[in-house]
Design a binder for this molecule. Structure first.
Ligand code: TYD
Ligand code: MG
Length: 455
């Protein structure tokens, strides 16, 4: 007989311990470890419930070349931006987590996807947050085909599995994992143990039955909510839908992907008729103000397989505080501090008595070091109150000794900038293309001082 087990789980981060302790070793929080009764399903044999783990039929040892490579065709979601982020479509039988803050548009995106996919394959949409009527009204308003998609309003994992076993869909959405609960787990829905066990149970069920399952997970602005972080190990792909309710554009990015690259960016626009993909997003984040102001520079980023032109703003202003403020929105603030140190040491520009604010226009998040040079130029431009030409772009990585290092895909970045009417580019010397780009004056720089002179 299956035996009942207990575990001690931190309600903040989900780490578990063999006995109770006052402080969680994993996240350092106090008084967050609580005892959780795991149901009989938590005993090691629980995989056997669905006939063993996926692929448990071939439990003999094989070399890699003996394994049948007949790949299952991926399911095209109908949104090429979503497919691109997933690495070419939904892999049958995979588990995907889509995270995002409330109102980002997760339910809208999945409803649009499933309504269309249901036309050709079995699809089940489980909603635990909205009533069936609300979902139906939304589908109707968005003019989606509604006759084939199977809907279920349910929050009990056991019942969802019962119904899915009967329905045998190829694709199942759980909206959202935070409201799902299992009877055997003695803690509230939404708590770390419930979320973790529900997700583990659902993904295992999906794998064994070759159902692709998409879990919706909310993340709050500070990213601390129980859920996505503790789920990442049991799912195949984790994607994040990002965007403020007051901004039209939504970006989709993958953070983990067992079936493809993680650096792809998908761009959508939220309209009155749902999410629409932006097929050519390279210039949507440019504000193109008629009056150019000091502290503004356009940079060319490389997102996965395409270039993206993004405007960067910096404001450097005398600070009344003993510890001046350093605020970076959409950028890494450590990177900004590093550039300020480089500017001081190698450029002789001292900003230690200045507040420094930097912002990426359009709510884009920049992780690439290729943004260094543009950020540096924006800060210098604001510091000197010097307006830069509106047809200037810049990219390049800045090293600690003040050298400007090349970045990947330099030529493609320059061609894209030229396409959008930019006429001058400050770039690392090694990124200068062999063939001149018509209409584009390239200013190669190798170190900080050359870059400052180029302004
Ligand atoms: P929703 O998909 O419910 O967000 P989530 O599931 O991520 O919490 O999207 C909600 C937001 O999207 C809501 O603030 C209104 C906006 N929206 C539109 O602007 N147009 C539309 O057609 C739809 C359906 C939603
Ligand atoms: Mg929702």
């Amino acid at each position: 007989m299956a035996k009942k087990q207990t575990a001690f789980v931190c309600t903040e981060c989900g780490a578990d311990f063999p006995r109770w302790q006052g402080q969680c070793n994993a996240c350092g929080e106090w008084n967050t470890v609580s005892e959780v009764r795991l149901g009989s399903v938590s005993t090691p044999g629980r995989g056997a419930q669905f006939g063993g783990y996926a692929g448990s039929g071939d439990n003999e040892v094989k070399t890699l070349d003996q394994i049948d490579l007949a790949e299952l065709p991926r399911i095209a979601s109908g949104f090429s931006e979503l497919d691109r982020v997933l690495g070419g479509g939904i892999v049958p039988g995979s588990a995907i987590l889509i995270g995002g803050s409330p109102g980002a548009g997760k339910s809208t995106l999945l409803l649009q996807t499933l309504c269309t996919l249901a036309e050709t394959m079995g699809a089940l949409y489980v909603t635990g947050e909205e009533s069936l009527q609300q979902v139906a009204m939304r589908a109707h308003r968005l003019n989606l085909p509604t006759s084939k998609l199977k809907m279920l309003s349910e929050t009990s994992v056991e019942r969802i599995i019962d119904i899915a076993t009967k329905e045998r869909p190829k694709l199942m959405v759980i909206d959202s994992i935070q409201v799902m609960h299992m009877a055997d787990i003695q803690s509230a829905p939404g708590s770390v143990p419930q979320v973790r066990e529900s997700a583990a149970f659902l993904t295992r069920f999906a794998k064994q039955n070759n159902i692709a399952v998409i879990l919706v997970g909310h993340v709050t602005k500070d990213g601390s909510l129980a859920g996505p972080k503790v789920l990442e190990h049991c799912i195949d792909c984790s994607i994040l839908l990002d965007g403020d309710a007051d901004n039209r554009f939504r970006t989709l990015r993958s953070h983990k992907n067992r079936f493809g690259a993680v650096n792809e960016l998908g761009v959508f626009a939220m309209t009155e008729t749902g999410l629409k993909e932006v097929a050519n997003p390279s210039a949507i984040f440019l504000s193109r103000a008629t009056e150019q102001a000091a502290g503004t520079v356009v940079m060319v980023l490389w997102e996965g397989t395409r270039p993206l032109l993004v405007e960067l703003q910096a404001l450097v202003d005398h600070s009344p505080l003993a510890n001046p403020r350093r605020v970076a929105v959409g950028l890494d603030s450590n990177r900004m501090n590093l550039l300020l140190a480089v500017l001081h040491r190698h450029g002789g520009l001292m900003m230690s008595d200045q507040d420094v604010f930097a912002n990426v226009v359009g709510g884009v998040r920049v992780a690439e070091t290729g943004a260094d040079l543009a950020l540096l130029l924006a800060m210098v431009s604001s510091f000197r109150d010097q307006v830069l030409q509106s047809d200037l772009v810049a990219f390049g990585e800045v090293g600690l000794s003040g050298e400007i290092r090349p970045v990947s895909n330099g030529q493609e970045r320059l061609i894209e900038a030229a396409k959008h009417g930019f006429k001058r580019a400050i770039v690392p010397k090694a990124n200068v293309p062999k063939k001149a780009i018509s209409g584009m004056e390239i200013i190669p720089v190798t170190n900080l001082n050359q870059a400052l002179e180029a302004l």
